[in-house]
Design a protein around this ligand. Structure first.
Ligand code: PMP
Ligand code: GLU
Length: 398
């Protein structure tokens, strides 16, 4: 038999975050003492009341197919959450729950983007955005930012990137991978630009909403006139430490929610009924349920920022949310170890895993090749040891 995969598969890159996490796992299994700071997932357990909600749902035999966009209960709970936390009025028929926010993003992109349509991606962007755009045949238009502007776009650059082919923009705040948070004022200025363009939609990925060390979370759809132009993506993976439950959701104009439901009906029918029940309890809970986790992330951010800033060649911004550091490591390019020169961030990430036994992710996959991403969702003492190892490895570069 001739083995031939589809052209689509050949165009697609593997998820760099998942690939690096897998590499770290394999090294660990082979006996290497690797510290994995590659995967973006809280190291906490799902809060016990949310686990109990899942158990109760099994015992109540809520184990059948649900409506494609989710049970009425979870959609009503999310509708109330949007109103309570974000000032957004989405009726329950404007909510679609999916198997992780990753599927929510795929649904929206496949619903709106035609081959040849341009999709603006402020860089750094989360790795899967660009690949999902490729699946739809869209053309990613990357809007670079750097450490000087705290990895945030300015409205003029956004305006300049929009043309008649622009169909969409996708961004996250708090941002994976930079940890940057757009303030209310910055969000308003972006809305001022977007409001002028009737052919384009924006995915506002707010999955790190609860992990914000600064101002109140600003939702793009809450800006005047933006409800019809924005798809708000969120989920329970990050804020409630529920990555394995696989539950994400959107609030969107009804016609877009209906389109996503149509696609989802063919791909997965609906997300897991049990995860839907636990997610309803999560979004109904007082957001303070996440406070102790967020306090731990803030403590770690401060410690990691202070110690990594002292390592020569590593240049950091101070991230205001999520659980990532995104250092600019370009000062290390051109340096060598054992005769091998580090030419880019892929080389730096490989050097760190091989020499320091610390797994990070190269910034290239996030569209910012001068950086690496470090997830600090790990115990304090593990993080301290990771910095010690990075410092020792970097000091060997000549
Ligand atoms: N958006 C961003 C910015 C992310 O970092 C992630 C990673 N989990 C997702 C979406 C997808 O989350 P999930 O599928 O676990 O809900
Ligand atoms: N979103 C997480 C990350 O960026 C999880 C991995 C993934 O889904 O790609 O690491």
């Amino acid at each position: 038999m001739k083995k031939r995969t589809s052209d689509l598969l050949d165009r697609l890159s593997e998820s760099a975050t998942l690939a690096m996490a897998q590499m770290a796992r394999e090294l660990k299994d082979s006996g290497v003492d690797v510290i994995s700071l590659s995967l973006g997932e809280p190291d906490f357990d799902t809060p016990s009341e949310l686990k109990q909600a899942g158990i109760d749902s099994i015992n109540a035999n809520e184990t059948h197919y649900t409506p494609v966009p989710g049970t009425q209960r979870v959609r009503e709970a999310i509708s109330k959450k949007f109103k309570r936390d974000n000032g957004l009025v989405y009726n329950s028929d404007q909510i679609v729950v999916s198997t992780g926010a990753k599927q929510s993003l795929a649904n929206v992109i496949l619903s709106l983007v035609n081959p040849g349509d341009e999709v603006i991606l402020p860089a750094p962007f989360w790795v899967s955005y660009i690949e999902l755009i490729k699946v739809a045949g869209g053309v990613p238009v990357i809007l670079p930012t750097g450490i000087k502007e705290d990895y945030k776009i300015n409205p003029e650059a956004l305006e300049a990137a929009i043309n008649e082919k622009t169909r969409m923009m996708i961004y996250s705040s708090p941002c994976n991978p930079s940890g940057s948070v757009y303030t209310k004022e910055e969000t308003s200025k972006i809305a001022d630009v977007l409001r002028k363009h009737d052919n384009m939609y924006t995915i506002s990925d707010e999955i790190y909403e609860l992990i914000n060390f600064t101002s109140k979370h600003a939702s793009l759809a809450a800006e005047p006139g933006m409800m019809d132009r924005v798809i708000t993506v969120n989920g329970v993976s990050k804020g409630f430490a529920m990555t394995g439950w696989r539950l994400g959701y959107i609030g969107a104009p009804k016609w877009i929610a209906d389109a996503c439901t149509k696609i989802q009906g063919q791909f997965t029918s609906a997300p897991c009924s049990i995860a839907q029940a636990a997610a309803a309890t999560a979004v109904e809970a007082d957001p303070s349920i996440a406070h102790s986790m967020v306090a731990a992330f803030l403590r770690r951010r401060n410690a990691m920022h202070a110690s990594l800033s002292k390592v020569p060649g590593i240049n950091l911004n101070l991230p205001m949310g999520a659980f990532y550091l995104f250092p600019d490591v370009s000062k290390l390019f051109g340096k060598s170890f054992n005769g091998t020169t580090l030419n880019n961030s892929d080389d730096v990430a490989m050097f760190l895993i091989e020499e320091a036994h610390v797994a990070t992710v190269s910034g290239a996959a996030f569209g910012t090749p001068e950086c690496i991403r470090i997830s600090y969702a790990a115990a304090d003492e593990v993080l301290e040891e990771a910095v010690r190892r990075i410092e020792a490895a970097v000091s060997k570069l000549v």
